[in-house]
Design a protein around this ligand. Structure first.
Ligand code: GDP
Length: 437
């Protein structure tokens, strides 16, 4: 995410960090580099200038000149200002009401339907009971698409192919939600390829008919400054409550994320970073600023891990590790938990300092496939007692998993080393890491 911007900012700071002495000229040069980096990331010039003027004033005002580590202090100022520019604090997402009504608007192809599915999936994980509504009366394929997603995430979808009036579809859907005790209604509206009067009128009419709790404007972050202009057009007409930035997993330069709040004075509420239904994150300006500055995002990583954390399972595992009984079945379970956390490259990118390194790595979604295949080729007895795996069993496992014997050997060796490490941790005072809770 935003790698090239991160790199440019990093090199802007390198100059000032490397200086033995800091002076106004150094600060001015750094600020100029930052401004260029922002403009190249497709941030509007005026916004970039405003931003760097603030950074400069703060740097001079806060006496960076006298500071012990001026470079660090500059980074902190930029981090704070960047957070502020993207909205400061994370904003609320309002789902009060019986039912709460969420209206989804945006251009065709921006990712509305995909996001509607993701939002329903997210709300379901929050123990809500959502109803998806297909209110696109022009493209039957859009209705089909929502039904496919609904089935995938097991959320009901309301549609009426005979009805050519989006307002009445929306009203009927809300009535159905009430009848079926659904507490959030997500209305996916029709989009056009460009801002267009018919589309705007239709969405505006739905808005006045259903009085939504939230109106989310969905925009493709790959479109840079166009995204910002489209946001302005939609906001002028709809006065939406929040923005959803999609396709952050692509080759996005960052301009949209940085400038939208400044331009329309509405918060980004969600970011979407993949085609899978769980590739959705709540937007936190401070965490995004950290990621832009190449500092990773440990908070999100920990949250993703916690969401998959099963206390019972963890206790059992801890006991087994203590008794040095960690086996292949446990290993398989761990892998499955990690996989549920999301895309590998994305996860690695959240570790401070790793974002840049993994940028060009091609990490397939099925990075663990080989290991899983080997474990799956073991009998339950072998999984529970790794020690019984002799050469002839190894041969069988290699054949069964389509791996070479050397690969099986290497994996077994790694597993042994891991167990040795666990054993050492157990012997550490206080029971090692496991005891320090
Ligand atoms: P709509 O016309 O606004 O409803 O857009 P769709 O939801 O149909 O999305 C358009 C295309 O973008 C589809 O091929 C989606 O799979 C894809 N898409 C949507 N969101 C994302 C995302 O966050 N990342 C990526 N890589 N693709 C996305």
């Amino acid at each position: 995410m935003f790698e090239s911007l991160s790199e440019r900012l990093e090199s802007a700071f390198k100059n000032i960090k490397g200086q033995g002495r800091i002076n106004e000229l150094n600060i001015a040069n750094t600020v100029k580099d930052i401004r260029r980096a922002l403009v190249d990331a497709d941030v509007n010039y005026k916004i970039a200038k405003d931003f760097t003027d603030k950074v400069k004033d703060k740097a001079l005002g806060e006496k960076v000149l006298l500071s012990v580590s001026p470079g660090q202090q500059m980074v902190k100022i930029v981090q704070d200002e960047l957070t502020e520019l993207m909205g400061g604090k994370a904003s609320e997402f309002n789902i009060t009401g019986t039912p709460a009504v969420i209206l989804i608007a945006g251009l065709q192809g921006s990712g509305k339907t995909t996001f509607s599915g993701k939002l329903a999936n997210y709300l379901k994980s929050q123990k809500k009971s959502p109803l998806l509504v297909a209110a696109d009366i022009y493209r039957p394929a859009a209705i089909d698409q929502l039904h496919v997603l609904g089935e995938q995430i097991q959320v009901d979808v309301y549609s009426d192919r005979e009805n050519k009036d989006a307002v009445s579809i929306a009203k009927a859907a809300i009535a159905e939600a009430k009848a079926k005790n659904k507490n959030v209604v997500i209305i996916d509206t029709a989009g056009r390829l460009a801002v267009d009067e018919v589309m705007m009128t239709e969405v505006a009419n739905i808005k006045s008919a259903v009085n939504p709790t939230e109106i989310l404007f969905v925009v493709d972050s790959m479109t840079g400054q166009d995204a910002v202009n489209t946001a302005k057009a939609f906001n002028d007409r709809l006065d939406f409550s929040g923005v959803v930035l999609t396709k952050l997993d692509g080759d996005t330069r960052g301009g949209a994320a940085i400038s939208i709040q400044y331009t329309v004075d509405k918060p980004i509420k969600f970011v979407s970073n993949g085609e899978k239904m769980d590739a959705l994150d709540v937007f936190y300006p401070d965490r995004m600023a950290q990621r832009i500055l190449g500092m990773g995002d440990i908070t999100t990583l920990v949250e993703k891990a916690q969401a998959q954390f099963d206390e019972e399972q963890a206790k059992k595992l801890e006991k087994k590790i203590r008794k040095n009984q960690f086996d292949f079945e446990d290993f398989l379970q761990q892998i499955q938990q990690i996989k549920k956390m999301g895309n590998m490259k994305d996860l690695l990118g959240m570790i401070p300092g790793l974002g840049k390194q993994v940028k060009d790595l091609d990490i397939p979604d099925d990075a663990f496939k080989g290991i899983e295949a080997m474990i799956h080729s073991m009998t339950p007895e072998e999984r529970a007692n790794p020690d019984i795996i002799n050469p002839s069993r190894k041969n069988r496992i290699a054949k069964g998993s389509g791996k070479k014997l050397e690969e099986v050997n290497a994996f077994m060796k790694q597993f042994e080393q891991m167990k040795q490490m666990m054993k050492m941790m157990n012997k550490m005072p206080m029971g090692g890491m496991m005891g320090r809770r």
